[in-house]
Write a protein that binds this ligand. Structure first.
Ligand code: ADP
Ligand code: ZN
Length: 528
């Protein structure tokens, strides 16, 4: 680093932020941008991306313009910077006319170090004209993966950001993201028009986080056992899909001696703010939340992140689990996952809005997530490879599959039994059947619904008495994950796929992971 830049950047780090030294790639990124170069920065959540643009914004003459989609966080970010003495402001739709006028005047007078903007503002000529009348030190494009159409977070407004390079060719641009596969990375560079940008890629490995994914039997009880055994008194986050299960889980934990509060968009703002600030302030509070919680939450000593429902993508999973262990101390990413998760997510995609391309994308994100859940290999290796990174070794020694390698078995015959049953039920056009009915038939159970449809007369009735219910559910789940059967429509009807034929025709072997035995504390009648 050139000495002048080094001293100014480092002096700013000490004086304004009170930190001793740069972390990882920060120093190299900052030097490059301060010198006027474009940069694309891939750094995991918590890696310290903000300083990568905040310091250049302060060191270079003019105002740093930060484009961020997280409108809800702008006020907090600006308040935090102001508390450090940084001259910061923001412009978004939450402001009234007068507030915006004040910020505009400050910008034009050169009285701001940093200004945060929502991407949609940059589609307005009025905003671009305003920016032209002031002096800009750097453009920072945060959450840059939002520009990628195949990403999980696409925002059309980001496509307009290529105008920045055209209109201000002399102002350096820095694009930052925590979630980018190789393809997304390429798309960012291309769509933002940054072919000459230097790329800085930090490692995505979080060695202090232990990854574990367990079979779902009685999720709340399994969670309680996990917390009692390993994280009594620790702060952590429990993610659930629905508001209802957020509430139920928080209540259940509280009743069982683990202090927990709910957090979701349906709570009033006051309760939400109070619960969030308790979480930040107190030592051992658990927050049960929908995914809305955690964006921009900066608590270093989160000791665990638990998922009671399956995230929709590996990116989401990585981001959420990444909120654990920012202090570098041992932490756990724990998830309970079962057949119902797969069926439910497939149904959501089938019924959801969006065109065919959107569904295909959602579906391939889910496939990658399922592959991570079902892998018999090291989870960390699989995660890192998903993000296009090579792991240091094939086995990390700090995930469940490394710590107790799962056994696999030849599930070809079991798969054929399942598929044959699906074929037989498919012939009955009038009624569609899901996984539960298929397992009941295989296990030879004369339930009301089996008798109603004469399914005890089928040749496949009772041919699956050799396996347990848990094993059958596991087999169906894995066939779904491997694309050997599919879920159709809103009732979760099981149907064959193009791949099914090769199994039925005995042209391929199906390897399945053995289901782990249910933990003693979680034995109960509840399914999945
Ligand atoms: P990201 O945006 O990549 O998720 P942040 O920029 O929010 O990460 O930084 C995460 C945390 O690390 C913040 O608390 C930040 O103040 C802290 N941090 C960043 N850089 C340094 C550093 N060089 N030294 C100490 N702490 C740092
Ligand atoms: Zn591992």
């Amino acid at each position: 680093m050139s000495e002048v830049i080094e001293s100014e950047a480092l002096a700013t780090l000490h004086r304004v932020f009170g930190y001793d030294a740069f972390r990882g790639e920060q120093e190299a990124v900052i030097e490059h941008v301060v010198s006027g170069g474009d940069a694309v920065v891939l750094m995991p959540t918590g890696g310290g991306k903000s300083l990568c643009y905040q310091i250049p914004a302060m060191v270079r003459p003019g105002t740093g313009v930060v484009v961020s989609p997280l409108i809800a966080l702008m006020q907090d970010q600006v308040d935090a910077l102001r508390a450090l003495g940084v001259r910061a402001g923001f412009m978004n739709s939450t402001q009234d006319f007068d507030e915006r006028r004040i910020v505009e005047a400050e910008f034009l007078a050169g009285e701001l170090d940093v200004i945060y903007l929502a991407p949609e503002r940059l589609r307005l000529d009025s905003t671009l004209d305003l920016l032209s009348r002031g002096k800009i030190s750097v453009f920072a494009i945060d959450e840059a993966h939002c520009v990628a159409q195949w990403g999980h977070d696409f925002r059309p407004d980001y496509l307009a950001l290529s105008v920045l390079g055209q209109r201000w060719p002399d102002v350096p641009r820095i694009a930052l993201t925590a979630t980018a596969t190789h393809a997304t990375h390429q798309e960012i560079t291309q769509r933002l028009g940054m072919p000459d940008a230097k790329h800085f890629v930090a490692s995505f490995d979080r060695p202090n986080i232990q990854y574990r994914i367990v079979g779902k039997a009685d999720p709340k009880k399994q969670l309680l056992t996990f917390l009692k055994q390993e994280h009594e008194g620790d702060a952590g986050i429990v993610y659930c899909l629905s508001r209802k299960s957020v509430e139920a889980t928080a209540e259940f934990l509280s009743k069982n001696g683990i202090e927990a509060v709910p957090y979701h968009a349906g709570l009033d703002a006051g309760t939400r703010a109070a619960n969030q600030s308790r979480f930040l302030r107190e030592e051992g509070l658990v927050v049960c939340a929908t995914i809305a919680f955690g964006m921009g939450i900066d608590k270093p000593d989160v000791r665990f992140v638990a998922h009671l429902d399956l995230p929709k993508s590996v990116e989401g999973y990585y981001q959420e689990t990444g909120r654990a262990g920012r202090d570098g101390l041992a932490s756990t990413a724990w998830m309970a996952y079962g057949l119902q998760d797969v069926v439910q997510q497939r149904k959501l995609i089938n019924m959801g809005e969006g065109d065919e391309a959107f569904r295909r994308r959602a579906s391939s994100h889910l496939d990658a997530m399922l592959a991570l859940c079902e892998t018999a290999q090291c989870r960390r290796t699989q995660l890192l490879q998903y993000f296009g990174q090579d792991p240091q070794s094939a086995d990390c020694g700090n995930c469940d599959t490394c710590l107790s390698p799962p056994e696999t078995w030849d599930g070809t015959v079991a798969a054929q039994k399942i598929l044959s049953t699906v074929v037989r039920l498919d012939r009955e056009r009038r009624q569609k059947f899901g996984a539960g009915q298929i397992i009941d038939i295989l296990m030879g159970r004369r339930t009301a619904k089996v008798i109603q449809f004469d399914h005890d007369q089928l040749s496949v009735f009772g041919i699956g008495e050799d396996l347990s219910e848990a094993e059958w559910r596991g087999a169906v789940r894995q066939l779904l994950a491997q694309g050997l059967i599919a879920v159709e429509g809103e009732y979760g009807t099981l149907v064959l796929t193009e791949e099914s034929g090769s199994v039925l025709g005995r042209q391929r072997e199906v390897r399945l992971r053995k289901e782990a035995p249910k933990p003693a504390a979680a034995r109960s009648s509840s399914r999945d």
